[in-house]
Design a protein around this ligand. Structure first.
Ligand code: PHE
Length: 465
């Protein structure tokens, strides 16, 4: 850093791996991935998803690592440093990343609040013996649906603030004592908990129907829009296109092998998604329930099915705990984008930056929480045809992240000096991997941008596939 102070970073390769995996693993794994896989043709969808990970996910992630580790700065500073031009227009990709981080945090902290609340309820035994008739109204109550007064609508907002306070205090501890220590502890625990849930789920009678639902290969379901859904999922899953991986890359050790890390993180993240699917679907099928969509599956089905099996209450708490872990490590990485920006660009102290971000996210994010359901307190307000909640989600996931990813691919593929790309991928020439680097550059220049352009144009409604 220019003031001569050594910039803090991760201490080892293991720390790099767990922090980056902690960012990738999140709420997306627990409900989005299993559900999308199940309804979109099972194994056939998985195959397309793997191809998207290989041709878009891993190349863009590696590209962000290159910018971050060479730039050794926040989202904006890294672009300045790698181009050597303080006024480079590419720094606006970093600005876009900071803005996307806020939008994602506005609604992500809301859903995380529900997960924390459910964990609290499960851990205190309040979900024991819950019935089919009770799960729906409970979910509605937890998200604040139907509240007619602001006071009555505040409970999920308070949980959102609790989540923010936790994430804010953890992150103000710093890169090493905060992010590194927490992700290194929580990620292995998450694996243990998820495998525990898998063992129980897979030994239930009828579990094989769930496995069939998840892995059944049905190529007839592979329409173009399903392929686009797989690409979009790969993008959100791997935290790409909003400078998270640039910011984290700036904390990587010099000897970290970037392509290798991207491959290992993508593979492990997919493994977590599959393990989550294997915990959810056998259980759902074993109890003859509908594998319904999205948050409903997680919040309405899981309490019910776990409450009916031996050791269910304990497993239910374990399941929500691991979901809390996943959401928390993802939020640390989202929040780090504006924090690093404020610390380095605006010269704020880290705890002050954390506090400021909690206030911004807590106040604007409350509008997402208060509009999560059509009958929520602010659920009737529509901007550009969407509620606050949907607007933040749509703007970030469907518009800003794809643009950010496309620009990143173009920047690393065409604008950044090829010497820098080679230096970063070969760790200053110490790795003998010229063939791999050539293959990487080819994919990044020609295949990744073309695929991303396709998704973006179609989600923006410009082309119809
Ligand atoms: N990858 C995270 C998940 O699956 C979400 C996320 C998006 C995290 C963008 C960081 C940045 O839940």
């Amino acid at each position: 850093m220019s003031d001569g102070k050594k910039r803090e970073g991760f201490s080892s390769g293991l720390a790099v791996f767990f922090a980056t995996l902690g960012s990738a693993v999140g709420l997306g794994n627990i409900w989005k991935f299993p559900y999308l896989t199940g309804v979109n043709g099972g194994g056939a969808f998985l195959l397309v998803y793997f191809i998207c990970i290989a041709l878009v996910g891993i190349p863009v992630m590696t590209g962000e690592f290159i910018i971050g580790r060479r730039g050794r700065g926040n989202a904006v500073g890294s672009f300045r440093n790698v181009t050597g031009n303080p006024a480079t227009p590419w720094r606006f990709v970093g600005v876009l990343g900071v803005l996307s981080a806020y939008l994602i945090m506005f609604f992500y902290t809301d859903v995380a609040g529900w997960v924390y609340f459910y964990f609290f309820k499960a851990a205190t035994g309040q979900l024991a013996g819950i019935t089919k008739e009770q799960v729906g109204p409970l979910f509605k109550a937890v998200v604040g649906a139907g509240a007619t007064s602001l006071r009555g609508a505040m409970s999920p907002v308070l949980w959102q603030w609790i989540v923010l306070a936790l994430v804010g205090s953890a992150i103000s501890l710093g890169v090493r004592s905060g992010i590194e220590r927490i992700t290194k502890t929580l990620m292995p625990l998450l694996f243990v908990l998820i495998i525990l849930c898998d063992i129980r789920a897979l030994t239930l009678p009828g579990a094989k129907d769930g496995i069939r639902f998840l892995f059944n290969v049905d190529f007839s379901k592979l329409t173009p829009s399903v392929i686009l859904a797989a690409l979009g999922l790969a993008f959100f899953k791997l935290s790409l296109g909003m400078s998270t991986m640039i910011t984290y890359g700036s904390y990587f050790t010099d000897d970290n092998r970037l392509i290798n890390t991207a491959v290992r993180v993508a593979a492990s993240d997919t493994l977590v998604s599959l393990l989550a699917g294997l915990a959810i679907f056998p259980t759902v099928f074993s109890f003859g329930m509908e594998p319904s969509a999205g948050p409903g599956l997680l919040f309405m089905t899981i309490p019910l099915v776990f409450s009916q099996i031996p050791l269910g209450n304990l497993l239910l708490a374990a399941f929500f705990l691991l979901t809390c872990f996943a959401a928390t490590t993802a939020m640390l990485s989202i929040m780090e984008v504006p924090i690093a920006f404020m610390v380095e660009e605006l010269k704020l102290k880290r705890p002050l930056a954390a506090l400021l971000n909690c206030i911004i996210i807590g106040s604007i994010g409350a509008t997402a929480t208060l509009s999560a359901d059509g009958s929520s307190y602010l659920g009737g307000i529509h901007i550009l045809g969407r509620t606050f909640f949907d607007l933040y989600d749509h703007l970030s996931s469907n518009i800003m992240m794809p643009i950010g990813g496309l620009l990143t691919a173009v920047f690393v593929g065409y604008v950044l000096k090829s010497g820098i790309v080679e230096e970063q991928l070969s760790n200053g020439g110490t790795l003998n991997n010229r063939g791999l680097i050539a293959a990487y550059r080819f994919v990044l220049r020609y295949i990744t941008p073309a695929l991303l352009l396709l998704v973006f144009l179609s989600t923006a409604g410009v082309i119809r596939l």
